[in-house]
Design a protein around this ligand. Structure first.
Ligand code: 1GP
Length: 243
């Protein structure tokens, strides 16, 4: 999967272990693979502990052969049965806890268990009047939809720091996804693969993000609401690879 990152347009399915029983997560993963998703991300702002993540990943592994990437909210939600972890610098947070402290704890754990880190610059983009869950949990240097220059600066910083990718995230179930213009400008300024998520629920929307320069589209809430729609989104993402 890492070889494909940035070379082929991909789709990642985000499963939040907090939203369903582990067995249900296994069934969801089976469908994500059937519809052509490239990887399963496991995480969310409210995952309580390692055991919850572990049992969810266990069922995902029983039901699909897709790589599993932990999308952590802290070192406490890292489980040893994952393949990869997004080792994330929360670019627009001033909180030491989310820039260094959890990373120091997590680094030892992933080294011991052999989970492969994917160093990532992560930005939360505010597109909603009502805060998304991540915005209620973490203090942010707010990036609004029209703060394009700020997003570009953070992205260039992440590239200079040696990150492997950038994630532009509007949070879970936001009013609007990250604007196309922001993706386009970040794309123009960095060479890193760009992952985009938050509020992408149609093939048209996914295609717009890819055309603006996204390399990976993440969908989470849609999987809980209407998983059948995933098929069209994934087709739109993959067909863009051959343009
Ligand atoms: C959230 O980008 C992810 O961190 C997914 O967002 O749940 O809105 O798809 P959605």
């Amino acid at each position: 999967m890492m070889e494909k990152l940035g070379k082929k347009k991909m789709h990642f399915s985000l499963i939040d272990p907090d939203k369903q029983e582990a067995r249900e997560a296994g069934k969801i993963a089976r469908l994500c693979e059937k519809y052509g998703s490239d990887a399963i991300m496991v995480g969310g702002s409210t995952v309580p502990d390692r055991e919850t993540a572990y049992s969810t990943i266990n069922e995902i592994k029983k039901n699909s052969s897709l790589p599993v990437i932990i999308f952590p909210n802290s070192a406490n939600t890292i489980a040893e049965n994952a393949d990869y972890i997004f080792f994330m610098d929360l670019l627009n947070s001033p909180e030491y806890e989310y820039k260094k402290s959890q990373h120091m704890k997590g680094a030892k754990i992933i080294k011991k268990w052999g989970i492969k880190p994917i160093p990532m610059g992560y930005m939360v983009v505010t597109t909603s009047k009502n805060p998304t869950t991540v915005e209620t949990k973490i203090k942010l240097d707010v990036i609004k939809e029209n703060d394009i220059e700020k997003a570009v600066e953070y992205a260039i910083y992440a590239e200079c720091m040696g990150m492997r990718c950038i994630y532009l995230d509007a949070g879970s179930n936001p009013e609007r996804p990250v604007p196309d213009e922001m993706i386009r400008k970040v794309r123009e300024n960095i060479d890193l693969p760009i992952i985009v998520g938050g509020g992408i629920k149609t093939a048209e929307e996914a295609k717009k993000k890819i055309n603006a320069g996204a390399d990976v589209i993440v969908t989470g809430s849609l999987i809980e609401e209407n998983i059948e729609k995933l098929s069209d989104i994934i087709k739109a993402v993959h067909s863009a690879s051959s343009l």
